[in-house]
Design a protein around this ligand. Structure first.
Ligand code: ADE
Ligand code: ZN
Length: 325
């Protein structure tokens, strides 16, 4: 099953940057971020909040559209090598041009050109989900939502929110989500990762999202689990991320198996793969061993992901065809 064609719905573009790539850019730009790496050259952090600090320090060397084009090429080459045929990536105008609409358009243009080259070369399709950073606050999120609304279309297909789930409440961001929805964007939100089941309920009620990033802490409220199954809410589950960040002690005790057994629509993604020493093949391999899942389970998970992708219907039909055995 590790070689099956795969769909990944939850990938942060900056978070997918290999440490050697970031070190190379830092050297070119004479920026000293050596403190974010350990002696082996991997990213070094102590917990989720330290991870966010290291993530933002790494991102500080991505300073031009060309840097993002190079990043996109590197990330998609790695994804394609893991049999990923379709990927949705979180992009933040906060990092791409400081929320200036003109600059954001230039970053987006460079990213799309790199994605088009990867598609022609490796047959991997990329789409973007614009994502404010929760701990940057609701005012910045509004500016991000305006950038998202102005660039919504066949490539920017979604709007989400990441960052520190303990900063503020989902309803603080309702204006931004309303703006994105009115622009035709499909909606997801990180919730139920560092916040409990209430955080998932709040995101569903106040932001009216159709997918939840992570959502795993919903397992602490089985009535909510049943509601998720009933409503067909799709979870973008990133087990390797949750384990690396200490939410669950090991793969067997990760709740994805319980969600699956209770009929919740689960999908599998890597979140920020080099930070968590994972890849899509590794996620499939570890899940198959932990839960004794065979090809049939992973095919069903990818069918769920194809159905939940925010792309247009022609693209979805092409993906579904490629997923056929
Ligand atoms: N940004 C990058 N990775 C994240 C995660 N796992 N949770 C919230 N925000 C993030
Ligand atoms: Zn994430």
């Amino acid at each position: 099953m590790t070689h099956l064609p795969k769909i990944e719905l939850h990938l942060h573009l900056e978070g997918a940057a290999p440490p050697a790539f970031i070190r190379g850019l830092a050297k070119e730009k004479h920026v000293d971020i050596s403190g974010i790496f350990d002696e082996r050259g991997d990213y070094s952090y102590t917990d989720f909040w330290d991870f966010l600090r290291v993530y933002e320090a790494a991102t500080s060397v991505l300073q031009t559209p060309e840097d993002y084009a190079r990043l996109t090429a590197a990330v998609l080459a790695e994804s394609a090598a893991n049999d990923v045929i379709y990927c949705e990536t979180f992009l933040s105008p906060d990092f791409c041009g400081g929320r200036d609409l003109g600059a954001w358009r230039e970053y987006l243009h460079a990213i799309r050109e790199a994605a088009d080259r990867a598609e022609a070369q490796d047959g991997i399709t990329l789409r973007g989900i614009v994502t404010p950073i929760r701990h940057f606050g609701p005012d910045k999120a509004r500016e991000v939502a305006l950038c998202a609304a102005e660039t919504a279309g066949d490539w920017i297909v979604g709007f989400g929110i990441g960052g520190d789930e303990k900063a503020g409440k989902p309803k603080d961001f309702a204006w931004s989500f309303d703006m994105a929805r009115e622009a035709g964007l499909r909606l997801t939100a990180h919730a139920g990762e560092w916040g409990g089941p209430e955080s998932v309920r709040d995101a569903l009620r106040d932001l009216r999202v159709e997918r939840i990033g992570h959502g795993v802490r919903a397992i602490e409220d089985l009535a909510l689990v049943d509601e998720l199954a009933e409503a067909g809410v799709v979870l973008e589950v990133c087990p390797g991320s949750n384990i690396a960040l200490g939410l669950y002690p090991d793969w067997r005790r990760h709740p994805i198996g319980q969600f699956h057994d209770r009929g919740v629509k689960v999908t599998v993604s890597t979140d920020d793969p080099p930070f968590f020493h994972t890849t899509m093949r590794n996620e499939y391999d570890r899940l198959s061993k932990a839960f004794d899942w065979d090809d049939g389970v992973f095919r069903a998970i990818n069918a769920t992901a194809a159905g939940a992708a925010f792309c247009d219907e022609a693209t979805r039909a092409r993906l579904q065809k490629r997923l056929e055995p």
